[in-house]
Design a protein around this ligand. Structure first.
Ligand SMILES: Nc1ncnc2c1ncn2[C@@H]1O[C@H](COP(=O)(O)OP(=O)(O)OP(=O)(O)O)[C@@H](O)[C@H]1O
Ligand SMILES: [Mg+2]
Length: 278
């Protein structure tokens, strides 16, 4: 693709469409709204694979923004649903000096401002950084465990300058790690535990997975009920595991020319997975 082409949003649209708005996502979005509204620091923690990153990307519309908020990328069309974007999603780098983190965030904020300006006054991409209004109301930082104390302090300083909320996402235990930094900890307004899918919701979701196989899930059918119970037991409501398991189920069904998901098929699919502790 050269610089004269425009960005292809096909992948972003398909990522957005495959996102399932779950009850946990709604709780997460309410938590983010509250941090934004009250300009608090929020802490979100949950086991690997429950959907923290994907939820934050969906909430910030990052599927579309990430390709638009970097300088030197081809022109991206303005989508109506991206009007008034005021949130940033930032993945903490594996190792990066705090100065660079500050620079990255500053540049993202300028690009977000430019992007919003382009909406209101088309043709305004080349406005100098100092003249771009700051639209950023919330920064969500993912993979917080990777950050050093100085990097966390750097983010606190950005927050202290005011005008925005800040959310740290990480694994369970993040609250304990951050409690060692009293200056930051005293500023935390909300903590949110991102939970795995409940059994009831899982049952509801599985009917969609069944549909993807051209099947219909019948709660009164013993075979279906047994398969659902097996999937619930294996995945324990973990989204990543659920998706990986279904990819294997698909493979097992194809190889064996089956047209029904049974507990045996699920167990056979499980055998092919390396399941860590989740
Ligand atoms: N709401 C959702 N709709 C559809 N698929 C989802 C959803 N949430 C999570 N997934 C699936 O689960 C996978 C893991 O999600 P995600 O990467 O967001 O987890 P995480 O909690 O950030 O994990 P980690 O702690 O390892 O970073 C995704 O790649 C996706 O396949
Ligand atoms: Mg993640």
């Amino acid at each position: 693709m050269n610089n004269f082409d425009s960005i292809d949003d096909t992948k972003a649209f398909s990522e957005q469409q495959s996102f399932i708005v779950t009850k946990e996502y709604r709780r997460f979005a309410e938590f983010c709204d509250a941090c934004l509204r009250e300009q608090y620091i929020g802490l979100c923690y949950g086991s690997p694979g429950v959907g923290k990153t994907l939820s934050a990307r969906y909430y910030t519309k990052w599927f579309f923004l990430e390709t638009r908020l970097q300088p030197h990328l081809p022109y991206a069309p303005l989508l109506p649903e991206l009007k008034d974007c005021d949130k940033l999603f930032y993945t903490a780098p594996v190792s990066s000096p705090p100065r660079l983190i500050r620079e990255n965030i500053r540049s993202l904020r300028v690009e977000l401002g430019r992007f919003n300006l382009e909406f209101s006054v088309p043709g305004q991409q080349d406005v100098p950084a100092y003249a771009v209004a700051d639209h950023c109301k919330l920064i969500i930082v993912d993979e917080t465990e990777r950050l050093s104390l100085t990097a966390i302090d750097q983010l606190r300083e950005i927050y202290d300058r005011g005008g925005l909320g800040l959310i740290f996402i990480g694994m369970p235990g993040l609250e304990k790690k951050l409690s060692r930094y009293p200056q930051l900890y005293s500023r935390i307004g909300f903590a949110h535990n991102y939970r795995a899918l409940s059994r009831e919701e899982m049952r509801f979701l599985l009917s969609h997975y069944w549909e993807q196989f051209g099947l219909s899930l019948d709660p009164n059918d013993y075979t279906d009920d047994e398969a659902v119970a097996t999937i619930s037991r294996i995945t324990n409501g973990n989204f990543r595991l659920l998706n990986r398991l279904f990819r294997q189920i698909q493979r097992v069904m194809k190889v064996n020319e089956l047209n029904c998901i049974t507990a045996e098929v699920v167990e056979a699919a499980r055998e092919c997975l390396v399941i860590g502790t989740v």
